[in-house]
Design a protein around this ligand. Structure first.
Ligand code: SF4
Length: 378
């Protein structure tokens, strides 16, 4: 049925076709009509939240369906000590190159933007290869402070394998999505009954990567793309599985995602990186959730090349408002931005207090930009 609604039965897919949107809306409403309690579904991708908020998709959903945000913003879950490591390196005179979203994310005392204002050389780049180009043009050390999920990590791996110069290294804050779904599923009192998985990440890993999770937790997973029709088709498939009590993986993004995924990209990824446990900001310690350079690439690992001892915060550099930030609860799907006293007041995209207001994939920033609906699982 999902296949029909995503294109196979309708000829060419038109991702915003109002008739198909209406058909999916009706299907979801019909599926939810007889449920005894609201269904809670979690997505684990900032791009899904962007699409849902930007196109007002929550307003199309019946009140019996809660779509909650999960830990899907890679910048938001980059842990405070990882930002501190980048700052420590910048203060030792290296050029730190990073994505724009990471520039303003607070560490314990400062953000990279603030240390740049104090004289450190921090540059915004759009890709790992741009950081590599900086190293080729520079005599000094260039560190690529790398964030993002497995999709982005592949591009970093490609650069490490491209015979970079000796003055180039990577400070990896890359994360791996599947393990954090285990954490959310095992959280005491979790109400998540289904996961909407990110289509772009699954395009790399393949949707088969979720089979073990589904058999272990008996929670269905559906991969979905990012156009309005993609999201609604994936939600329809997921609700169908939840209502039927069927724990299975379904692929609602067949134009990009296969069961095996992109084998060439996986080869690059796992050649350079290995997964290990580590903290995700505001969430928990996630076993196998961090991607770190394998020891055979240690010469390109910034953690092996620099003193990462963070500076102690000065009294006047501490930001008391950050103590009120509930980003962690938002990414765990427990609260929404509107539960935060600072939302739109002391905390705005121009003056962010927490990481969720910094990144384009952060829920607070998305809600600030497009408006949001307070829909939290009861
Ligand atoms: Fe944190 Fe700001 Fe979001 Fe509040 S509005 S949770 S302070 S990022």
């Amino acid at each position: 049925m999902t296949e029909n609604l995503t294109g196979a039965g309708f000829g060419r897919l038109e991702f915003r076709d109002p008739e198909r949107i209406a058909a999916l809306r009706k299907k979801i409403s019909q599926l939810c009509r007889n449920v005894k309690k609201p269904i809670s579904i979690m997505h684990v991708c900032g791009s899904h939240e962007q699409s849902i908020a930007r196109f007002g998709l929550r307003s199309l959903l019946p009140p019996e369906l809660n779509v909650i945000m999960g830990p899907g913003c890679p910048v938001c879950i980059t842990d405070v000590p990882e930002v501190d490591e980048a700052i420590a390196i910048a203060r030792q005179g290296a050029i730190v190159a990073t994505f724009g979203d990471m520039f303003r994310v607070p560490g314990s005392c400062f953000s990279l933007e603030q240390v740049k204002a104090q004289g450190a050389d921090v540059r915004v780049v759009y890709s790992p290869s741009e950081a590599l180009k900086l190293a080729l043009e520079s005599k000094g050390e260039v560190v690529f402070f790398a964030s993002g999920f497995e999709t982005t990590a592949v591009a970093t791996a490609a650069v490490v394998l491209a015979n970079p110069p000796a003055n180039f290294s990577v400070l990896s804050a890359h994360k791996y999505i599947p393990p954090v779904m285990e954490i959310v599923a095992e959280m005491p009192g979790t109400r998540v009954e289904g996961f909407l998985a990110a289509g772009h990440a699954a395009t790399i890993t393949g949707w088969g990567v979720f089979e073990r999770f589904v058999s272990r937790h008996k929670i269905p997973v559906v991969t979905g793309g990012f156009e309005p029709l993609d999201v609604l088709a994936a939600l329809a498939a997921l609700v169908e599985l939840v209502v039927a009590g069927e724990a299975a993986v379904e692929n609602a993004y067949p134009r990009c995602c296969t069961k095996e995924g992109n084998l060439a990209a996986q080869k690059l990824l796992w050649e350079v990186f290995e997964s290990e446990g580590g903290m995700w900001r505001g969430i928990a310690h996630v076993p196998n959730g961090n991607l770190r350079l394998r020891s055979r690439y240690r010469s390109f690992d910034s953690r092996q090349r620099f003193d990462l001892t963070p500076d102690l915060c000065q009294e006047d550099s501490l930001q008391p408002l950050t103590l009120e930030c509930i980003c962690g609860n938002i990414m765990a799907g427990i609260q929404s931005p509107k539960d935060c006293r600072l939302f739109g007041m002391e905390c705005t995209p121009q003056s962010p207090v927490g990481a969720c207001m910094v990144s384009a994939e952060g829920t607070c920033k998305i809600w600030h930009e497009y408006g949001g609906h307070l829909i939290i699982a009861e």
